[in-house]
Design a binder for this molecule. Structure first.
Ligand code: GUN
Ligand code: ZN
Length: 426
């Protein structure tokens, strides 16, 4: 098939400075999809001449863009989003842990997995990096549902053996064995990848972190995801549990879980030495903007990290985050940087949520752009989806202005169609 419309995507041309300036835009474009993959892109008239036997799906004046990539969220927190009145540690104990305990049930896990994927897709997200609960049932449910949709899913069971209710604890040995069994079952099956997932240093004993490092050593192609330096009280508590380490990141580093496949959620309150470790290890600092505002965690040091060449990701962190929409999270990221006297460029934002996140996963040959041979994971965006946007668009004169309107005034209602591996889901 050929998707017709205004086509926009970022191009991986190896340019390091201003990656947001490496893009292609076709005012009347044609995107050729064959089976699961993108096979061609160009001006519609040229494309239709070349592929005259193909069906055309006309998306009119809407923007055809690569599906969004959410680099950090929590699948068992569909019922935790919008929980009132707490910051991180109290929020975990009061709302999050009791809800996650329910995922011991295979049925409950399946029900919530279906809802979770529906929410992601309705919001235009076609790749997700997700924390599951401590139970292997939750991991099986999420990968099963993602596989049915041929969606790219990166996920893992949280390893947590202390400082949480008893019914949510594993042991160092059981967490090692369960994770290894789940890796054998799911890693690189369909479009799934496994992420080794020690929840954070507070809920892992030194023995468990050491075994997480052993999992990493034995499974070098898996991702690693955890939380780092989200909240001041969290950092203080962490350092009291690990007094012999230089700083929070050192705990993970010394235990062998920091490398170029590590996705470190939040990464807000960092020392200069921690930033250097990020730079050297090529680990990814994953920004969680709506969550940082909602839980009052802090203001992500985007400019400092970018200037230091730290690899960056952006995500929703649902249920700490308050929206499944990457557009809404880009909007929050913009507002957070306004507090830091830095105005995030809309092209950078849209780059970040697609090709930028794809590169942070090392998956830029599979997702994040319309490069030939990548998966046909596509979102169709309507910049006129509500009255405010529609009126504001009357005076928009550039693509940059339109992107900024989509980010600031748009959201779930901006998503008109979604394709995953060439199949239409919305
Ligand atoms: N730190 C450890 N667990 C969590 C979680 O579930 N959400 C957030 N935002 N931070 C965490
Ligand atoms: Zn998180």
């Amino acid at each position: 098939m050929i998707l017709k419309g205004r086509i926009f995507h970022f191009v991986d041309d190896g340019r390091k400075e201003n990656p947001e300036n490496s893009f292609e835009y076709f005012e009347m474009g044609g995107l050729v999809v064959s089976g699961k993959k993108i096979v061609d892109i160009g001006d519609f008239n040229k494309i239709i001449a070349k592929y005259s036997d193909h069906d055309v799906i006309d998306h009119k004046n809407n923007l055809i863009f690569p599906g969004f990539i959410d680099l950090h969220n929590h699948f068992p927190q569909v019922q935790v989003i919008s929980s009132y009145g707490t910051q991180l540690l109290e929020w975990l104990n009061k709302y999050t842990f009791p809800e996650e305990a329910k995922f011991i049930s295979e049925d409950y896990s399946k029900q919530q997995a279906k809802k979770f994927l529906k929410l992601l897709i309705t919001n235009g997200t076609t790749t997700s990096v997700s924390f599951c609960s401590v139970h292997k049932e939750s991991v099986n449910a999420l990968f099963q549902e993602a596989s049915k949709k041929n969606m790219c899913m990166i996920a893992g069971k949280v390893m947590m053996d202390r400082n949480a209710p008893k019914n949510l604890l594993d042991t160092p040995q059981s967490s090692y064995e369960d994770s290894q069994a789940l890796i054998s079952k799911w890693h690189k099956k369909n479009r799934n990848f496994y992420a080794i997932t020690p929840r954070f240093a507070i809920t892992s004993s030194p023995e468990q972190l050491k075994l997480a490092g052993k999992l990493v050593e034995n499974n070098p192609s898996c991702y690693i995801q955890t939380h780092l330096s989200e909240n001041r009280d969290e950092i203080e508590y962490t350092m009291s549990l690990y007094p012999n380490y230089r700083h929070y990141l050192d705990i993970y580093l010394q235990n062998g879980i920091v490398n170029n496949r590590s996705l470190l959620g939040h990464s807000i309150h960092l020392s200069g030495d921690e930033i250097s470790i990020f730079e050297q290890s090529k680990a990814v600092a994953v920004h969680c903007p709506t969550s940082n505002l909602f839980l009052g965690s802090g203001l992500f040091p985007l400019k400092e990290l970018n200037n230091s060449n730290v690899r960056l990701g952006i995500s929703t962190d649902v249920g700490g985050g308050t929206s499944y929409s990457m557009l809404n999270n880009l909007d929050a990221a913009y507002k957070i940087q306004q507090f830091r006297n830095f105005s995030l460029n809309p092209k950078f934002s849209f780059y970040w949520a697609t090709l930028g996140n794809a590169k942070s996963l090392g998956l830029e040959n599979q997702i994040g752009s319309f490069k030939k041979g990548t998966f046909a994971d596509i979102v169709v965006l309507d910049s006129l989806s509500n009255m405010v946007s529609k009126i504001r668009m009357e005076t928009c004169e550039s693509l940059d202005e339109e992107l900024f309107v989509l980010q600031t005034l748009g959201g779930v209602q901006s998503i008109k169609s979604v394709y995953i591996a060439g199949n239409s889901f919305l």
